[in-house]
Design a protein around this ligand. Structure first.
Ligand code: MN
Length: 283
């Protein structure tokens, strides 16, 4: 007997044992859950429901269906694409990449080119990580210089990286940056260094009501056994780096629902696609 069938029997049991007093909306929600199956039911970040239901959170003014925050990608464009396809991003969604798009894998140019093209859309935001900042200060031979032979394209990439914002604020509810903050300072007065390089320590000292959403610190450093996004216990901080570089995955959380999705793990290290200067895929 499959898990799916067991699950449906379970919900049928709950449904009938709950009696016939339920209104039609509740009946629908039971059927909805049983159809979606066990995977999607489990894919919610622990503690996010509590955060979103707290009195301090007002998402009524936010004009998006989903706010999708994506953690560290580190040059793994093919794996990022396996995640991106699952997301079915539409114009009603806001997509935020939390930085560290490069350094680690060998699809840095593909990743940056994709980001440069997508960034032109009003509902896509690409934040700077310490990897982009490092590259701007001392470009390394092992990385983009190998892939980037055309000086014009190099110039475009550098210009794009220089203009990457370091953080993004949505109302008083959400604050996005690559690594973290100085908890003693207001969110709109943070230094670039803190935003890009903070260690996990900031989370303990942060008592704000705004949810701070970051990558950079691997989730296993927050919770040793975790391979999925983690909300810091009793604090409004969400960690998203599930370590694609070290056998993990790339993660995305919809901060309006707490639902998350993950990429495939790394299968092979080849360049699957290259984007040309017009943002078109070339094989
Ligand atoms: Mn980082």
């Amino acid at each position: 007997m499959g898990v799916q069938l067991l699950l449906e029997l379970f919900f049928l049991f709950i449904f009938f044992s709950s009696g016939y007093n339920s209104n039609s909306k509740e009946i629908f929600s039971f059927m909805h859950i049983s159809q979606k199956g066990v995977d999607e039911m489990e894919n919610y970040v622990d503690g996010m429901k509590t955060f979103l239901n707290s009195e301090a959170v007002d998402t009524s003014k936010i004009p998006y269906k989903r706010i999708l925050a994506v953690g560290d990608i580190h040059g793994h464009f093919s794996e990022f694409m396996t995640l991106y396809k699952k997301l079915n991003v539409s114009e009603d969604d806001l997509l935020i990449l939390l930085g560290d798009l490069i350094e680690g894998g060998n699809e840095n140019l593909s990743m940056i080119s994709w980001a440069m093209t997508e960034n032109k859309k009003p509902n896509v935001i690409v934040l700077m990580g310490n990897a982009e900042d490092n590259f701007l200060h001392k470009p390394k031979k092992t990385f983009l210089s190998e892939e980037l032979k055309e000086p014009e394209l190099v110039a475009q990439v550098i210009k794009f990286m220089k203009n990457m914002p370091t953080h993004y604020h949505i109302e008083e509810t959400f604050f996005f940056c690559h690594a973290g903050i100085n908890s003693k300072k207001p969110l709109n007065k943070q230094s670039k260094n803190r935003l890009l390089n903070s260690s996990k320590k900031f989370a303990k000292k942060y008592f704000g009501k705004t949810l701070v959403v970051v990558g950079h610190t691997p989730v296993r450093k927050i919770n040793e056994s975790s391979t999925v996004p983690v909300k810091f216990p009793d604090r409004n901080v969400l960690f998203l780096d599930t370590e694609i570089k070290r056998g993990g995955r790339i993660s995305c959380v919809d901060v309006l629902s707490g639902q998350y999705w993950q990429s495939d793990k790394i299968k092979r290290r080849t360049i699957a696609f290259l984007y040309n200067r017009d943002g078109e895929i070339t094989e």
